[in-house]
Design a protein around this ligand. Structure first.
Ligand code: SF4
Ligand code: SF4
Length: 375
């Protein structure tokens, strides 16, 4: 595994912690650069519209533009780098971007559909955390994702990534009406693989560049209010039964009890599109970083308004947004749980290939009964 020169891991993690504390106590400005590094995607998920933007890949930033963005984010005090897309692994230079960020001093995180992980893992030695989408525990995942062979490719990719890098892996399962029965089997799969897992329910989004008339199909595949309540109850049950969910029991209990909360997301993450525009979490406010700077944006009335409106928004049903907000708020009850849970994420040592890997036939244990569609 080629070593990536640069600050030590300890230095980078302390730097990220310091940037969060600075934001929390003084600046209320984001410390995580969330960069959608490409408009391209190699899947056609039923629950997402983003793949329709693939022809816009010609607007993707060059390597130099993407690394210059990292320089600017670092100068603006950010110490976390979160790559997503589209599918970030469709970029040829993705490993170079991760290495550059790590050498600079960022903690590096990637959200990927995992289908190209096997081929690209060797170039990802600079990656700290990988969030890998997996929506089902059988090949039915391929149907949801619109990409034949991706279920096995994801499992093989995770094995490969853990073999050649130190990246900590979290499965991300998006629950819609297509896979309501996947929660417990997926939690069990994560436990067997010795990785963490995060569940989100699908929600309506307006993706970059789409208009109101092209709203994402999530509207038709989203959960009803009752299904959503069951979703949170099930998450809490799985958590208390010891499955490696990254959401804390504290956060999940508040979901179940329907407590209002304060969203701190805009103070933590800044979203940048492939064509270097800043968008708010509802993708409605654009600020062009090719014409201005992070500092100008953070000083703008638009940013301040967004921060203020977020505090009482409460719109997200996503567990991660609430989890991040509670961490930022330094809620003691949640922090104690977080420290406890961190062992699940940081204690991933077992790199034994999953029994579901491509070399082995899938052997669902009792309860992991593949769901039969259309019958
Ligand atoms: S959910 Fe991810 S993998 Fe699926 S189409 Fe959207 S961007 Fe691509
Ligand atoms: S709760 Fe509202 S402000 Fe916060 S991330 Fe969700 S949509 Fe944005």
């Amino acid at each position: 595994m080629p070593a990536v020169a640069g600050p030590s891991d300890r230095h980078r993690y302390l730097g990220a912690l310091g940037s969060m504390v600075r934001s929390r106590l003084f600046t209320q400005r984001p410390f995580f650069l969330a960069h959608a590094v490409t408009f391209g995607c190699n899947s056609r998920c039923q629950t997402c519209s983003y793949w329709k933007l693939t022809p816009r890949m010609k607007e993707d930033p060059s390597t130099e533009e993407a690394t210059a963005l990292l320089d600017r984010a670092y100068a603006a005090g950010m110490r976390g780098y979160y790559l997503f897309g589209g599918e970030p692994l469709v970029r040829k230079d993705v490993g170079r971007l991760v290495d550059y960020a790590k050498q600079k001093g960022f903690v590096t995180t990637m959200n990927t559909n995992g289908s190209l992980l096997g081929a690209k893992a060797a170039s990802l030695t600079g990656l700290d955390f990988a969030f890998v989408s997996l929506d089902y525990f059988t090949d039915y995942h391929d149907e949801i994702r619109g990409r034949p062979g991706s279920f096995r490719a994801v499992l093989h990719g995770i094995d490969r990534l853990r073999e050649v890098t130190k990246a900590k892996v979290t499965l991300v399962t998006t629950i819609s009406t297509l896979n309501l029965d996947a929660m417990e089997p997926m939690a069990r799969l994560a436990k067997e693989m010795d990785v963490s897992i995060s569940f989100n329910s699908v929600e309506p989004t307006l993706d970059f560049g789409l208009t109101d008339s092209e709203l994402s199909p999530n509207f038709s595949l989203g959960l009803s209010a009752e299904q959503l309540r069951n979703f949170y109850r099930t998450l809490l049950r799985l958590k208390t039964e010891g499955y490696p969910l990254i959401e804390t029991e504290y956060v999940l209990r508040d979901f179940v009890e329907g407590r209002p909360w304060r969203c701190e997301f805009p103070k933590m993450f800044v979203y940048v599109s492939p064509d270097l525009k800043i968008y708010t979490c509802d993708y409605r406010y654009g600020y062009d970083l090719r014409k201005g700077s992070f500092e100008e944006y953070f000083a703008s009335a638009g940013f301040r308004r967004h921060v203020q409106e977020a505090e009482s928004c409460n719109r997200c049903v996503r567990t991660c947004v609430r989890g991040y907000s509670y961490a930022y708020d330094l809620r003691i009850g949640n922090l104690l749980r977080l420290i406890d849970d961190a062992r699940d994420l940081f204690g991933q040592h077992d790199k034994t290939p999953t029994p579901w890997g491509p070399a082995s036939p899938i052997s669902p244990t009792p309860g992991q009964v593949p769901r039969v569609r259309g019958s």
